[in-house]
Design a protein around this ligand. Structure first.
Ligand code: DQA
Length: 153
């Protein structure tokens, strides 16, 4: 476990395609850019930073469980389409009790009705949706400024 505050940024399916995927909805910024900015902001403030992207539900669950064992203090997560389907990822977050911020590049409430429901929102510290990839920056900054190290165990 790090003696610094530690953040894990998780991106779910298809977010590796940011920048080329439906740019009218998701914009031109790429995931490597988002991750590099988040890392720079965190490390500049002495915050330990890790990131993970997967198109696989189980891999995301395994990474959250690992974060629980590592004593990660906060997760910033864009679950992608798993937002609307995954009880299992929700359970991993509640099971590890790591506080998390839910980020969506697009405003899911202004899109198809089946995107309006999230399995995460009622357990999230906050949700940011519709601010493009800036939403990640705001979430990381909020964690750095407001979160404290957790007492685990
Ligand atoms: O993959 C995604 C991306 C998304 O989470 C967003 O960031 O706006 C919104 C989801 O509905 C969609 O399936």
């Amino acid at each position: 476990m790090s003696s610094n505050l530690s953040i894990l940024l998780i991106n779910g399916p298809n977010l590796n395609l940011l920048g080329t995927r439906e740019p009218g909805i998701y914009g031109a910024d790429t995931l490597p850019n988002v991750v590099a900015r988040s890392r720079a902001t965190a490390e500049n403030d002495g915050v330990t930073f890790a990131d993970f992207q997967s198109n696989h539900e189980g891999a995301i669950i395994d990474r959250i469980q690992q974060a629980g064992a590592e004593g990660v203090d906060a997760i910033v997560i864009n679950p992608g389409a798993f937002t609307h389907t995954s009880v299992a990822i929700r359970d991993a977050l509640t099971g590890t009790a790591i506080p998390f911020i839910e980020v969506h590049v697009s405003n899911i409430h202004a899109r198809e009705t089946w995107r309006h429901h999230s399995y995460f929102t009622d357990k999230a510290v906050a949700i940011i949706a519709g601010l493009g990839t800036k939403g990640y920056d705001y979430a990381i900054n909020f964690v750095i400024t407001n979160f404290k190290k957790r007492v685990v165990g």
